[in-house]
Write a protein of this length. Structure first.
Length: 719
């Protein structure tokens, strides 16, 4: 059952011996037939199944890892094999890495989760103390390029938790854990280029057939005038299920910028021409419910899916849930079938720099030239980025940069399928297909750049779609048929259909018990101000959690990051998720979910499809790691006035005063006074001679709850 906030479930596998006792790589393609899939998290659609599940629920379909591993979607699967030597486990995810697999080793256990907080709770339950990966923290707070917002997507803010690479799998047996290469397990290792294109196309066609058997599921294609969405359309038309699809696009008139609006108008005009040629309809939105969020809700919803994975955060004021269950086909991952513009541009910039002795040095020198951090942390990040680049495969600098893009930016940007399910409208990326990726790697760089694989796929599935131009003239020249250059597209024919569509759109209804008045939350909220306040508060918390020898370093790093965001205030949104991801190491914002010990399930029946609507039982108020109460926004401050020490709570004026605060006063790191819990927001103490003063503020939601987080004030020195 899909849930609103992603639960922090985790699996622990107990081992018999040491971690490093595992023998040589033990898995072959033939062996996969013996591994039965016992757990799945996310959405997975294959030739003979469609599954949506959580890792806490045993899989009821009777499937092997051999048939499951090629599935489209966003998923993690755990397979197991019983033998005389005990039970062995194989863990892998979707071939594009859209579903992160967090794993860690502690004592005699391996912890596995599809969320970072699930992995943290697993470690905590097994008695492991959290530690911050300071190199990852610095590199993440100060990206040298917008596409390296999460610069690794292998390391996390926890030094003990890793993210499995796209082309890797986990093999677990009694003697230990082993990370193995996944490509040798693919059934298409020896396939030709043409066979790969056909297998990938057939996988998409079969997936469409499976989705057609899901009762009540509406199928939509998000169509533009670009290459990738039309390529998806060619796969749909070749499946024979075209008439079951509706189309969606954007209304260009909602854009204020004239240049942007004109580009999108051309985009939509081409899409509307294709729509009318095929006799398809624009989809209607239908009834919707709106769940009102304050900033904490918005951030925690994001973190429940994306903590330590993706940091693109817009702080939406609420969450919309559609009344009808849908799945929307998109062109995500299509750029990788050609070459990425980012990879080409960075390669050109590196090549234009003074000659370096190696590609790794060239990349790290280029990255560090753009790294906006103080000199003390530069060596740390330089080593970190060198290790990151080394993990990318390829024969040339550009190929390695494209692969790095696939392992980082592409992975985090399109890894939103599980989250989209909470709206009852799943995103689905059929071009993110292991067969198509394999086929593209068989081509030379120039062939890929010129769109050979894209044109070959069009010709294999629906060549008639090449008779119309693309929005981008370069794509029209290199991919479309010659006749497409002479086709005239009306620039205003799309307007009347769009007007009719707009007329059917109704406002969403506010869900009962999720309104601002019912929940007493601060909504609507100022995104920048709220993210700034959270970031300041979160940084102070981190400085308290960190090891004593790193406190000075942490303060310097945080001060620099905060200062930069003050100049570019929109950066506070992404920065708030990064600080939240670091806090999740110590105080996960999601409570612990279900702890699973693996076992084999043998149901009598084996249904082949399970995709469900989101379940919303009550307004989840998941905020801190203790008792799921709202954390008030406050920035405490200490000041000295004559002979008095005044401590102000600094509570947000718009926040209701329904919390109690206690204050400890310190002088030279020794507690000298205290004020017990009360609702007042300012307390005065008597000055006690020269020294360094600061205070620690604690709060609790009411007298029935124990103490929650403590926030430290500024320090004041009295000579």
């Amino acid at each position: 059952m899909q849930e609103l906030f992603r639960p922090a479930d985790f699996v622990s596998v107990q081992l018999d011996g040491g971690f490093y006792a595992a023998g040589p790589q033990p898995i072959t393609l033939h062996d996969l037939q013996g591994y039965k899939v016992s757990r799945v998290a996310g959405l997975a659609v294959g030739e003979d199944f469609a599954v949506e599940s959580k890792i806490s629920t045993p899989l009821i379909q009777n499937l092997t890892m051999s048939e499951f591993q090629e599935a489209l979607g966003e998923w993690i699967a755990i397979g197991e094999e019983q033998s005389s030597d005990g039970t062995k486990y194989l863990v892998m995810g979707d071939s594009s890495g859209y579903c992160p697999i967090f794993y860690a080793e502690v004592q005699n256990f391996v912890v596995i989760a599809d969320t970072f907080m699930g992995a943290v709770h697993g470690l905590k339950q097994l008695g492991s103390n959290p530690e911050l990966d300071i190199a990852h923290y610095v590199a993440t707070l100060f990206p040298g390029h917008p596409h390296f917002d999460n610069p690794s997507v292998r390391r996390t803010m926890s030094s003990k938790i890793r993210i499995l690479g796209i082309d890797e799998a986990l093999f677990i047996q009694g003697t230990g854990l082993r990370v193995i290469d996944r490509p040798p397990l693919w059934c298409s290792t020896n396939a030709t280029y043409g066979e790969l294109l056909e297998r990938g196309s057939q996988l998409v066609r079969s997936s469409i057939r499976q989705l057609s058997s899901v009762k009540g599921l509406e199928k939509v294609l998000s169509l533009s005038g670009g290459v990738d969405s039309r390529l998806v359309l060619s796969l749909i038309t070749s499946s024979g299920f075209t008439d079951e699809f509706e189309l969606s696009t954007v209304d260009p008139r909602t854009w204020k910028n004239k240049n942007t609006r004109e580009v999108i108008e051309r985009d939509v005009a081409i899409a509307d021409k294709i729509r009318t040629d095929l006799g398809l309809n624009w989809t209607t939105v239908g009834e919707r419910e709106f769940l009102q969020f304050d900033f904490r809700d918005s951030l925690n919803f994001h973190q429940s899916y994306k903590s330590n994975f993706a940091h693109s955060f817009s702080a939406p004021p609420g969450h919309t849930v559609q009344g009808r269950l849908k799945i929307t086909f998109r062109g995500g991952g299509g750029e990788l079938l050609r070459t990425t513009l980012t990879g080409e541009r960075i390669a050109e910039q590196i090549s234009n720099r003074p000659w370096q002795h190696s590609e790794i040095q060239g990349f790290t020198d280029w990255y560090m030239s753009k790294f906006p951090m103080l000199k003390q942390e530069r060596p740390l990040v330089q080593k970190y980025m060198a290790e990151t680049f080394k993990s990318a495969r390829g024969n040339s600098l550009t190929e390695k940069l494209n692969e790095l893009y696939r392992n980082t930016r592409n992975r985090t940007h399109f890894g939103h399928v599980r989250q989209s399910g909470s709206t009852n409208n799943y995103a689905f990326h059929p071009l993110s297909n292991q067969y198509f990726i394999q086929a593209s790697h068989m081509l030379g760089f120039e062939e890929r750049s010129n769109g050979k694989i894209v044109r070959d796929l069009f010709n294999r599935n629906d060549p008639s779609l090449l008779n119309l131009p693309f929005e981008n003239q370069s794509s029209t020249n290199t991919i479309a048929n010659n006749k497409a250059r002479d086709v005239e597209i009306s620039n205003d024919s799309w307007q009347k259909p769009m007007d009719r569509l707009k007329a059917t759109r109704s406002s969403s209804k506010v869900r009962k018990r999720w309104t601002q008045a019912e929940r007493l939350i601060e909504a609507p909220f100022d995104k920048i101000q709220s993210s700034r306040a959270f970031t300041a508060q979160g940084m102070k918390l981190l400085e308290d959690f960190i090891q004593p020898e790193l406190k000075k370093t942490m303060r310097r790093i945080n001060a620099r990051a905060f200062e930069q965001s003050q100049t570019y205030k929109s950066r506070f949104l992404a920065l708030s998720t990064k600080i939240a991801s670091a806090l999740d190491v110590f105080i996960p914002s999601q409570p612990s979910g279900t702890h699973v010990q693996l076992y084999t399930s043998n149901p009598e029946e084996s249904p082949r499809t399970t995709i469900s609507k989101v379940q919303i039982d009550f307004p989840a108020r998941i905020q801190d790691g203790w008792h799921n109460q709202s954390i008030p926004e406050f920035t405490p401050e200490l000041s000295i006035v004559k002979d008095d020490v005044i401590v102000s709570i600094g509570l947000s004026k718009t926040h209701p005063v329904n919390n109690e605060f206690a204050i400890y006063l310190y002088k030279d790191n020794h507690r000298i006074d205290k004020a017990w819990y009360d609702v007042r927001t300012e307390v005065t103490f008597k000055l006690n001679g020269p020294g360094t003063y600061f205070a620690q503020i604690f709060y609790r939601p009411n007298s029935s709850h124990r103490t929650s987080i403590g926030i430290k004030t500024n320090e004041v020195v009295i000579d």
